[in-house]
Design a protein around this ligand. Sequence first.
Ligand code: COA
Length: 301
Amino acid sequence: MIKLHNTKMLQTLHQSLTKRIPESLKVFGSIFHINHGNPFNLEVLVDSWPDYQTVITRPQKQEMTDDKDYYTNTYHIFSKDFQKLPEILGSDHVINWKQSLTIQGCQNGLNEKISEVVAFKPVHVDYSKRVLYVIDDVLKYCTFNTSKLSISCKVKSSENVMFRSTNDNFRLSLLDISHAKLVNDNWKYGQNERSLRYIKRCLQSFPGYCLLNPEGNPVSWLIKEQTGELRMGYTLPEYRKNGFAKWIMATFMQHLQKNYVPFYGHVEEMNEQGHNLAKSVGFHVVDCNWHEWKCVPTEQL
Ligand SMILES: CC(C)(COP(=O)(O)OP(=O)(O)OC[C@H]1O[C@@H](n2cnc3c(N)ncnc32)[C@H](O)[C@@H]1OP(=O)(O)O)[C@@H](O)C(=O)NCCC(=O)NCCS
């Protein structure tokens, strides 16, 4: 695999990945942020250039110092040629299989290839397939191959999203690093020291939105991670069904669209509230799905 450092090449790659949205979303979103300051210190690998078939983004080596940190040790994949994938992914130069790590991608069929790779490795794999959500404009981006996301999108503006509660003492605010513990304590896949570190980094790198109650404490929130995905949406149980999550999500989406920042989301298959929330702000399901493999070396189990 070849490391792409050159700014022009990274821009060319990013532009070419627009044609493969939504399947390319994980690497597309990562490279967008690499090209805009690279706050997570990621790097990009391609199998050949300029006629690449496979792209992988991963943290630079100096970032992956904790062998048990699968929040940081994350690889994002897109490939036009599944045949060669097992050989590529099996290489220790591409993926450090001695560490706990996460692989993410948005292509059906990746699981068969990753299963082939791990069959010969002393690694325990936890695979999740979830529903991928995008907005119309991300799909238009693909169809028309424009250089910017259109802002004439159909997402409802925050002004049109009414609270079901009449209480107007709640106000929208940005999350800061002091809220990381609250987000972590309520994130189903977090609640440990490594996830706390990861959330802090997300909040230091990207905006996170919340709604403050009259006492000034967040009661509902949403954050963004290094591939442009909106994640960890949560409303405290006693504040649910007031339209809070919808308001935050609609406002966050508006902000990103105004600034031409791509975004998307995923919801677990059985999470009815999550699906309703996503649809209520204008997201659509796409059939390539959201896939994640959490890999832990058996010696770490
Ligand atoms: C999902 C969650 C964030 C929704 O928060 P909320 O503040 O109650 O949501 P809202 O009041 O803004 O409702 C948004 C939409 O979701 C729907 N919704 C909310 N709670 C629902 C429920 N319990 N069952 C079905 N639909 C529900 C609403 O109908 C609304 O759509 P509508 O305006 O078209 O009717 C909240 O239930 C939660 O924190 N759940 C646990 C974590 C989670 O699942 N996060 C989402 C990951 S995608």
